[in-house]
Design a protein around this ligand. Structure first.
Ligand code: SF4
Length: 459
């Protein structure tokens, strides 16, 4: 059962599927090995990365994430500086403390095998972890998948048919919906907004005050990420020599607030989105929204429309996030939010759709207008490919978030001016995205084997 806390997760950059997911997989592997009673006998661990995890794994920090996960680091509590220091130590000493306990030999060059030539059939982000004893005998071995947005699954879990894994299975009075059509019918029947339905479903997980606290913490993490990104100058890591642009643009905007009055909306949305994605590219602390690669769109729109000179409007922020999470759940359950499966339409497209719906809700839109805004937000991202240059989450990702934030606001405006008789439904556009993603060549799905990744020469 998906919750707002599943859609918005605090973690570290640069990728939810290639950093956060693998770190969680390594942690899960250790606890499973412990439950099986074999962890203490382990003397060596090997990680085999297949498909997209191997092809863009180094640029996306997957090797670092696996090592940190094996050392017991958790994405939600990891300090980026501590993580960098621990990673550097393992590379230099070729040893790691398994689960923070027993030290074992670990040579990243030998014990992490990147096999981009192996194309997994179940999901493109496949990883096998194997624990060996002193004599080289395998004690425990499992295959896992990082399925986008920091979600992970075992082979067995991915075999469960989607219809058996529907959103918000009814329990403790929570509402059941498996499509936007169901959600709108619920809103009509109960006279509720989309965010009311989501809040009532969250009530099945925890008291309302705790859900509000959770949403506030998500917002605070987004806000802090923007602030760090606006102040931190320099060159992003990874070898492309991409300079951070948010700090200089921010300085210009603050120094001359009325210099570019008509176009200022773009500048502010751009600077907030780029601040987040530059932090993400640097391995900083970000919130999946719904992924790390697309983490800048929702914070940017929230920062511009739900914060004024009196500070943050927390009631509006909660409505925005609850609505956006409800829309994100539909994409996660009916299609995918993984760039390796759907291309960038499944990351930036979904974030744009979620932000458009969230903003329409804050602006007082009816459930039908919110659904329409979310539909427009995706309709004009259909077919968007994932072709990151150098396998890094920088080009086109950083600017793409800026463009996505502007597009989300426009989608909300169009929906609010609409006559509620739109021809394309959110369910139809989600299904179109899914089919387009399946038809898309593997070259354009987070492999860096096509598009900008092969046409932009690395310096
Ligand atoms: S191009 Fe899009 S999907 Fe691909 S890494 Fe960048 S943000 Fe993620």
């Amino acid at each position: 059962m998906l919750s707002v806390g599943d859609i918005f997760k605090i973690g570290i950059g640069p990728s939810s599927s290639h950093t956060v997911g693998p770190m969680r997989i390594a942690g899960r592997f250790l606890s499973e090995a412990e439950s099986a009673g074999v962890l203490t006998g382990g003397a060596r661990v090997k990680a085999d990365l297949h498909g997209s995890l191997a092809l863009t794994g180094v640029g996306h920090g997957t090797d670092k994430a696996v090592i940190l996960g094996l050392m017991g680091f958790l994405p939600e509590t990891t300090d980026p500086d501590d993580a960098e220091a621990a990673f550097a130590r393992v590379k230099a000493e070729k040893r790691l403390a398994l689960g923070g306990g027993t030290e074992i030999t670990f040579d990243p060059a030998k014990d992490i095998d990147l096999r981009g030539d192996i194309i997994p059939t179940i999901h493109p982000n496949e990883m096998r972890l194997t624990l060996y004893d002193d004599n080289g005998a395998a004690l425990y071995s499992q295959i896992y998948y990082s399925v986008g947005g920091g979600f992970i699954a075992s082979e067995k879990q991915l075999a469960i048919p989607t219809e058996d894994d529907l959103i918000a299975r009814p329990r403790h009075g929570a509402y059941f919906f498996a499509s936007a059509r169901d959600l709108l019918a619920l809103c009509r029947e109960k006279n509720l907004n989309i965010h009311d339905v989501i809040f009532e479903n969250e009530d099945a997980h925890r008291p309302r005050a705790e859900t509000e606290k959770l949403l506030d913490e998500i917002w605070f993490a987004m806000r802090d990420c923007i602030e760090r990104g606006l102040k931190t100058e320099g060159i992003l890591p990874g070898g492309l020599d991409v300079a951070r642009r948010a700090p200089s643009l921010y300085k210009k905007l603050v120094a001359a607030p009325l210099a570019n009055e008509r176009e200022q909306l773009f500048d502010w949305l751009n600077v907030y989105a780029m601040a987040v994605n530059e932090e993400n590219a640097a391995g900083g602390r970000v919130v999946t929204a719904p992924t790390n690669g697309a983490a800048g769109i929702i914070p940017s729109v929230l920062r511009h429309y739900c914060v004024d000179e009196n500070g943050a409007n927390l009631p509006h922020i909660r409505i925005f996030l609850a609505t956006a999470a409800g829309i994100g759940m539909l994409y996660k359950q009916r299609a995918s939010i993984s760039g390796a499966e759907m291309g960038c339409q499944g990351e930036v497209g979904v974030a744009c759709s979620m932000a458009a719906g969230g903003l329409a809700a804050v602006w007082g839109g009816t459930p039908g207008q919110v659904e329409h805004a979310a539909e427009i937000g995706m309709e004009h991202n259909l077919g968007l490919t994932c072709d990151p240059v150098g396998g890094l989450v920088q080009i086109p990702c950083i600017e793409r978030n800026a463009i996505g934030a502007v597009k989300a606001v426009n989608a909300a405006r169009l929906a609010l001016h609409g006559a509620n008789d739109h021809k394309v439904s959110l369910d139809q556009v989600i299904e179109t995205m899914r089919q387009t993603g399946l038809d898309m060549s593997r070259k354009y799905k987070e492999t860096s084997e096509g598009g900008l990744a092969v046409n932009v020469v690395e310096c």
